[in-house]
Design a protein around this ligand. Structure first.
Ligand code: ZN
Length: 928
């Protein structure tokens, strides 16, 4: 018998309860449920009853409820148990909160029986350098194509996970459908039902806790209006859909590792967006990354056209091209392209709960959102099944042409020198290895591109199958199409927003602040290939010593040593100035672990800390310093164990708060107390030495009030270290708070308008416009006539008088560091800063505060990305880091967030200095 897989009144329990208790006056309104009255997921489907449905395993119809993380695992295991010849379920990792990350592999019996063979065939196909003659053709002829379906990287996009359950069920249970049979024969479908279980659980917990009599479609209902920080992000409040190439989060690192093991030819990253939207599939909007190939774009379009055909058939609406650009390589729909897959994003309007009321009054049911994502997934698999050899051939060609281009193009290799920062160079090398890029560590010194490099330097040949990824990650700039950039300049000059979806700069050497030297000849060196999990171990040079140990400051390894040593209770000092001992120059900030003040097993404890942190420690047997402060000098600051608090929760900017916490806790192993912002006004803050104020999402002024501002001020006066990050600094500078003497600037006047104004004989003084408007208030309501000669004159005339600068999508800007300040000890003289938005501050007079880092000169300031001409001129020389001593404490403002996505490794040290040297400076002042 053909049974249609349909859904009746889904929330049966809720629905019938409602019927029993609803008062008569509400009878006119139909009860609201998770599902439209009947959903036919796949026209004419006939299902094998031996394959368990979601209802049978989890107790609700698919689409009637949001499956929890453990239910997702349970359902995949039940499917696997029912059809072990056609489905396997594996774990691939664990979330921060300890939830299992699982995936299912679904295919024909024949394919499931040879999964290892398929994986090794794909690994061969992926590396043309190791393929024998005819091997590629044989693989393409005999192997299925791997299709990758990634769901719910954002935990508050609920339908996508339940669609994964339905997709898996349909592929296994469907009977008598030749399309499904062909999908299983020709493809291996890898389904990751839930990439972000921690975020999803947070989302569902709130939704379930707030539910009442029936699901509430109002956007204001507590079940749909998520409390801070929302379920989109993972535990550390990261948007993991930006973390693909940096892989700071374990969930993403595991996902990327898995993908490199399987080498899919098609990847769909499945998302949800606002409830009023329909469904988005490719083509994606401009701008596109120049390293995408036309084959990839046409493959994605081939799939999208089948998506469209199915959507037409079942009566679903969609759109494409208008949003979601393909420029940034860190999306789930971006990164797989650079491995040779054809990758795309799907976006369904979200019910963000069981039901949503759209602005046109109609209801969007959860089951509707499940259906469209399920149809899109299956229709994508159908295209690959029907074009298996095309997709495999294109994948093989992608990898082969990458190698060929790497051999042919001018840039043939990159060298990452081990000096000046061995730790950061290693971190870059490992990050590249985690991207499936071959990186070799030279075992001896070598010459390349006209230079000499020390042993331990890293070489990345461009002649690799991942050449396009290598270029987009290591080149300083990835070019955005000139026509697109020009159009954006025009838009923003008219006060319209730009059409750029994410940052325009992500060069890893710039973000890590290590050089990567591009060479015009391929460089062959002997040495190990860097493994994805390689961690260079630190060392102690010299014999165990009673004097103590020195750790040169300037690398993040030495900062990890510091945090670990403080937590281990070792007496650590930090030099305010550079010094020379035993012929070695130690930069300012270098650490001294005093052997005279410690127990007898110091040597083994220091060795252990060096190993774990990666620091290079020197044992001191003779304390005679030949230049600079001696080890007993008052310029050797005692480093206390600071108690660090981070302002958390509404109105904190959630990412800024999460990223700061992650950097401190997980990259530097140092615990942080999260204080909810609403507590700041009345809390006794004396239990903390350092308070970090992340960017603000709402208004700190409104939340803290005058009482909160006074509380912070008094605490600083008593010796606290207060650190503002990004827009958190804006609060510290705000009128009425004024903990920092910073003032935000209005936009600069456009150069062109100034010039032409002068030529036309009009005054170019900014005040002229102001006096015009003052005259407008006169009784006759007329203003002086103004001739507009050029477009620039017009722009100037139409421009608001005191507008903020234009927002910037995200660029890397250079900043120069003042040495001789305690905050910049050991910090590189030039930094790269990720600048977004439009906070530009006026220069600060040096008797008001210390500007310890400022943006570089106009011709130097832009390191990478798309920066509006006017902003480039305005940003130059303006403050990046400002410090002001207040009472016994200090206030430090970073005008741009140094912890952005935890990508800005090159800014770690100045942030660590702010906390630990800040605490030391105020401790020292307070104990004098
Ligand atoms: Zn999403």
């Amino acid at each position: 018998m053909r049974s249609k897989f349909t859904l009746g009144r889904a929330g049966i329990v809720v629905g019938s309860l409602l019927c029993a208790v609803a008062p008569p006056w509400s009878a006119a309104r139909a009860p609201i449920t998770a599902a439209a009255s009947s959903v036919e997921y796949w026209p004419g489907a006939d299902y094998d009853p031996s394959i368990p449905s979601v209802r049978r395993v989890l107790g609700f119809e698919v689409g009637a409820e949001m499956a929890r993380a453990d239910q997702v695992s349970r359902y995949f295991e039940a499917l696997t148990a029912a059809a072990p010849q056609r489905m396997r379920t594996f774990e691939y990792g664990e979330s921060w909160e300890g939830r299992k990350l699982i995936y299912g592999v679904i295919s024909s019996e024949r394919n499931i029986a040879r999964l290892e063979e398929i994986k090794s065939a794909m690994a061969k196909l992926a590396d043309p350098r190791r393929l024998g003659p005819g091997e590629s053709a044989a693989i393409i002829q005999s192997m299925p194509a791997v299709v990758w379906l990634s769901h719910s990287v954002h935990g508050n996009e609920p339908g996508t996970t339940d669609a994964a359950l339905l997709t898996a069920y349909h592929l296994l249970a469907s009977r008598g459908d030749p399309r499904v049979a062909k999908m299983l024969e020709e493809t291996v479908i890898v389904v990751l039902p839930l990439q972000n279980p921690d975020g999803r659980e947070r989302f569902i917990n709130n939704n379930r806790a707030a539910r009442g009599l029936e699901p509430d479609p109002s956007p204001l209902s507590a079940e749909r209006d998520e409390p801070w920080p929302g379920g989109r992000m993972n535990h550390y409040v990261f948007d993991m859909n930006r973390d693909w190439f940096t892989q700071t989060q374990p969930e993403m690192r595991a996902h990327v590792g898995l993908m490199l093991e399987w080498m899919p030819v098609v990847v769909a990253d499945i998302h949800e967006m606002g409830a009023n939207q329909t469904f988005f599939f490719p083509p994606e909007a401009d701008p596109l990354n120049p390293h995408l190939t036309s084959k990839q774009l046409s493959n994605v379009e081939l799939i999208a056209r089948n998506n469209a055909a199915w959507f037409d058939k079942v009566g679903l609406r969609y759109f494409n091209r208008e949003i979601f650009d393909g420029f940034f390589p860190g999306y789930g729909s971006g990164w797989p392209n650079y491995q040779g897959a054809s990758a795309m994003v799907y976006e369904q309007g979200s019910s963000r709960g069981l039901v949503a009321r759209r602005s046109d009054g109609s209801l969007l049911h959860f089951s509707d959102t499940v259906k469209s994502q399920f149809i899109a997934s299956l229709s994508a698999v159908e295209v690959v099944a029907n074009n298996r050899s095309r997709f495999l051939t294109d994948f093989a060609n992608y990898r082969a042409t990458s190698v060929a281009e790497g051999q042919r193009e001018p840039v043939k290799a990159y060298v990452i020198p081990e000096a000046p920062d061995a730790d950061m160079a290693a971190r870059l090398a490992v990050t590249l290895a985690r991207n499936g890029i071959e990186v070799r560590r030279a075992e001896a010194a070598f010459a390349a591109c006209g230079r000499r490099f020390e042993a331990g330097s890293y070489v990345v040949s461009a002649a690799q199958p991942t050449k396009r990824l290598i270029r987009t990650l290591l080149d300083e700039k990835t070019e955005m199409k000139a026509g697109f950039v020009k159009r954006q300049e025009e838009r923003v000059s008219k006060g319209l927003p730009d059409e750029i979806y994410d940052v325009t700069a992500w060069s890893l050497p710039l973000m890590f602040n290590v050089p990567a030297v591009a060479c015009n000849n391929d460089t062959i060196v002997k040495g190990m290939l860097v493994a994805r999990d390689w961690q260079p171990s630190g060392t102690v040079i010299g014999e165990a010593s009673s004097v103590g140990y020195l750790v040169p400051w300037g690398s993040t390894a030495s900062a990890r040593f510091l945090t670990a040593a403080l937590r281990a209770g070792l007496p650590v000092k930090s030099s305010n100035k550079e010094f020379t001992l035993g012929g070695v120059r130690y930069p300012a900030g270098s650490l001294f672990v005093d052997g005279a003040r410690t127990s007898e097993n110091l040597a083994s404890r220091v060795l252990e800390l060096a190993r774990q942190s990666g620091a290079r420690v020197t044992a001191v047997s003779d304390s005679w310093v030949t230049d600079g402060p001696s080890l007993g000098s008052p310029n050797m600051l005692h480093m206390p164990l600071p108690r660090v608090a981070l302002v958390w929760d509404e109105p904190t900017e959630r990412y800024s708060a999460g990223h700061a916490r992650f950097v401190l806790e997980r990259q530097f192993g140092y615990p942080v107390t999260l204080i909810r912002a609403r507590r700041v006004s009345a809390a006794n803050l004396d239990g903390f030495d350092v308070i970090v104020v992340p960017g603000e999402g709402g208004s700190y002024a409104a939340t803290f009030g005058k009482r909160g501002a006074d509380n912070l001020k008094n605490w600083v006066q008593r010796g606290g270290v207060l650190i503002g990050l990004g827009s958190g600094t804006r609060y510290l500078a705000e009128k009425g708070v004024e903990l920092l003497p910073l003032k935000l600037e209005n936009a600069l006047e456009p150069e062109a308008a100034k010039d032409s104004g002068a030529k036309a004989g009009a005054s170019a003084k900014p005040d002229s416009a102001k006096s015009d408007s003052a005259k407008a208030d006169d009784a006759d309501s007329r203003v002086d006539a103004k001739e507009l000669v050029t477009e620039a004159d017009l722009q100037k005339a139409e421009r608001p008088l005191k507008a903020p600068p234009r927002p910037v999508a995200g660029i890397l800007a250079r900043a120069d560091v003042e040495d001789e300040h305690w905050l910049t000890a050991g910090v590189a003289s030039r930094l790269n800063v990720l600048v977004t938005g439009n906070d530009i501050y006026a220069p600060v007079r040096f008797n008001d505060a210390d500007t310890v880092a400022r943006f570089a000169a106009p011709d130097q300031v832009l390191a990478s990305g798309v920066l509006w001409e006017e902003n480039r001129r305005q940003l130059a020389f303006k403050p990046f880091v400002v410090s002001k001593s207040t009472g016994r404490g200090v206030v430090i403002g970073f005008t741009a967030d140094p912890n952005f996505r935890a990508h800005m490794a090159g800014l770690n040290l100045i942030f660590i200095n702010a906390i630990f040297r800040g605490a030391a400076v105020t401790y020292d002042a307070n104990t004098q």
